[in-house]
Design a protein around this ligand. Structure first.
Ligand code: ATP
Ligand code: MG
Length: 633
């Protein structure tokens, strides 16, 4: 089938299109109305239909492939590995659901899940889905303050957690952080359910804290039927990464999400029941929700849940997993591939990766160097996909399951079915032509699977996302993009990552891309820094590929000149950074997103703000040091 026709049908007759797609999942009651868009921008999909995410992810497959692998939990932190078949997964989920019911959790109640990447985290998510409780997974790396603000917002009746996570072989105790967060918050949960992994000591609070293993044992044979939910009942709340400020509580539905995931598993990820999917993300992020837990299982695939870092015990670990479990589709982030690229390719080459059909990358711009390298090593298509926590599944990509369209370097691809993507001129709000830069927006209604609203705050949903252009209600992604004549999009960075140099508005991403094209640049971050004369100037922080060149001051100066020359040549002198600094690493969130705002704050001598999501705080200190060194010289 031609993708263009498929796409057109999804836009011109969305109700028919999604009605057909809804057959990919099981419904207890079919819907009465495919779409209710009578109160824009709030879209209600499959109105009156009753279904259940857990049923579609687990029970449905027990009938036909109950003994096949469903969840493969691997931890290189604790050296444990266990495969749960669909039947075993169902039993575990029912035990967990029974425990939750016994602790007083009911339909519509919130359950906050603050867990490391262990099988019990997936049991807890699926158990919530089973009984109609709304889960809110909070990334295990967040500290007490971030956790407290999410507790306050979601007001959970139950928190599910563990004694500790583990990173690089070091236990990271959770319990005291959790106690601190609960003390800080004004919405105290009645119960806290704890998985004791034996990694760190825990002090249980009498009457509040419960031990999962004992309660599970008491419900070993529990049968908990699924609760059929109206398609538009909330399934979960997930907070955005917070790269650009206060995180937003994205609320998602049940039926639309299940259908969107089933479709994307078919058309984007070409997943087949019985095969194995490996997404290297974390359940604390949207990729973890959609493509570690729900998506692959809804498609009847085995899914891998990996606790550990990509380079431990050695940089071949992921590839050994691909070989062992015959992974057919893998999903990761460019940042992880860049990390692997720093290691000898032998770590990959020694494994038999012939099962792998494609590698999907998302979360941040995919640079050409990284993409070419990994494509060369794996010999399979590398498929970039652009989306957000808000949308739950790809907005831009190449749907190889529909038509084998070519990918283009630097482009995540074309608009995905269901998404009426447009580029609007920032000042006039008019539609951009080919190769004209604009804000990436989506014309309502958003397709199934996208956020319903900001949890508890419809106003904020409308004000934040739908009010960027006066007189025109469109969903703003807050990203810049251009589209070529063939409909391929290129993402140029976030709309708030724009700098204003003497009246010229420049996207920091464009400057970064230009700098990246220098052969000795491995990674780069560009930020706008206040300047008395020009308003703002661009400043670049570069990680080099070969350190020898910058060992001496003269080498640094020479490389800086070369880099500035590249920018001059490609973008013009106006985009030329005022300074290029060389650093060993860049501050990123644990999901691999560059913390440009924090870098900018440090450059301007301000407080870098909330850093709980930062991967390594030393990275910001290193930036501080190079800045100080230069001032003192
Ligand atoms: P917050 O909205 O709280 O600031 P965030 O935007 O970082 O956090 P996410 O929803 O995890 O949280 O990230 C989505 C953003 O990531 C997109 O809007 C885009 O800027 C970037 N992004 C995701 N995938 C890609 C991609 N394939 N190419 C380029 N950018 C991407
Ligand atoms: Mg965002």
């Amino acid at each position: 089938m031609k993708y263009a026709d498929f796409y057109q049908r999804s836009i011109v007759t969305p109700e028919q299109f999604w009605q057909d797609e809804s057959a990919l999942i099981t419904w207890d009651t079919p819907c009465m109305q495919v779409l209710d868009y009578s109160h824009p921008p709030f879209a209600r999909w499959f109105v009156g239909g009753r279904t259940n995410l857990c049923h579609n992810a687990v029970d449905r497959w027990c009938a036909t492939q109950g003994d096949k692998a469903a969840l493969i939990a691997i931890s290189t932190e604790t050296n444990t590995e266990r495969t749960y078949s669909f039947n075993e997964l169902q039993a575990e989920v029912e035990r967990c659901a029974a425990v939750m019911l016994a602790l007083g959790v009911g339909r519509g109640d919130r359950v906050l899940i603050y867990m490391p990447m262990i099988a019990e985290a997936a049991f807890a998510m699926l158990a919530c889905a089973r009984i109609g409780a709304i889960h809110s997974v909070v990334f295990g790396g967040f500290a007490a303050n971030s956790l407290a603000s999410r507790i306050d917002d979601a007001r959970p009746v139950l928190i599910v957690s563990a004694d500790a996570g583990s990173r690089n072989g070091k236990a990271i105790p959770y319990k005291h952080l959790l106690d601190e967060a609960i003390a800080l918050s004004s919405a105290r949960p009645a119960k806290v359910l704890l998985v004791d992994r034996g990694l760190a000591a825990m002090e249980l609070v009498a009457g509040r804290d419960e031990d999962y293993a004992s309660l599970r044992a008491a419900h070993l044979d529990a049968r908990v039927p699924v609760t059929w939910l109206e398609s538009n009942e909330p399934s979960y709340i997930l907070y955005t990464s917070g790269t650009t400020g206060k995180p937003k509580g994205v609320q998602r539905d049940v039926g639309g999400y299940a259908v969107a995931l089933a479709s994307s598993m078919k058309y984007n990820f070409c997943g087949k029941a019985g095969e194995t999917f490996f997404a290297t993300s974390d359940i604390g992020w949207v990729v973890g929700h959609s493509y570690i837990v729900y998506g692959p299982l809804i498609a009847g695939m085995a899914t891998i849940m990996y606790e550990g870092v990509p380079v431990c015990p050695d940089p071949g670990i992921w590839w050994s997993i691909v070989e062992k479990y015959k992974v057919t589709r893998m999903f990761s982030a460019p940042t992880a591939i860049r990390v692997l690229r720093k290691h000898p390719p032998e770590f990959m080459r020694k494994y038999d990766l012939s099962s792998l059909r494609a590698l999907y990358l998302a979360g941040e711009p995919l640079d050409e160097t990284t993409s070419e390298w990994i494509a060369g090593e794996l010999g399979v298509p590398i498929i970039d996909n652009y989306w957000q926590t808000e949308t739950g599944w790809p907005i831009l990509s190449i749907a190889k399951g529909v038509e084998d369209l070519p990918t283009r370097f630097g482009s995540p691809g074309v608009a995905m079915y269901g998404y009426q993507v447009k580029l609007l001129n920032e000042s006039t709000g008019e539609e951009c032509g080919a190769n004209e830069k604009g804000v990436v927006v989506i014309e309502g209604p958003l397709p199934p699977g996208c956020m319903q609203t900001v949890y508890g705050d419809d106003r904020r949903f409308v004000d934040t996302y739908w009010s960027t252009f006066s007189g025109r209600q469109v969903y703003s992604t807050f990203d810049w993009g251009v589209r070529d004549a063939d409909g391929y999009y290129f993402i140029l960075g976030r709309t708030d990552d724009v700098i204003n140099v003497a009246g010229h508005r420049l996207g920091t991403r464009e400057i970064e891309e230009s700098i990246s094209s220098h052969a000795n640049v491995s990674e780069v971050a560009v930020v706008g820094v206040e300047d008395k004369l020009k308003g703002q100037v661009a400043v670049a922080f570069v990680i080099v590929r070969h350190g020898e060149q910058i060992a001496a001051e003269a080498g640094r100066a020479a490389l800086e000149r070369e880099i500035l020359g590249v920018v001059d040549h490609q973008l013009g002198a106006v985009a030329r950074p005022a300074r290029v600094y060389f650093v060993p690493q860049l501050p990123k969130t644990r999901s691999g997103k560059l913390l440009r705002r924090s870098i900018q704050a440090v450059c301007e001598g301000r407080n870098p703000g909330d850093l709980t999501a930062i991967e390594d705080p030393a990275s910001l200190q290193q930036i501080q040091h190079v800045l100080q060194d230069c001032v003192s010289k």
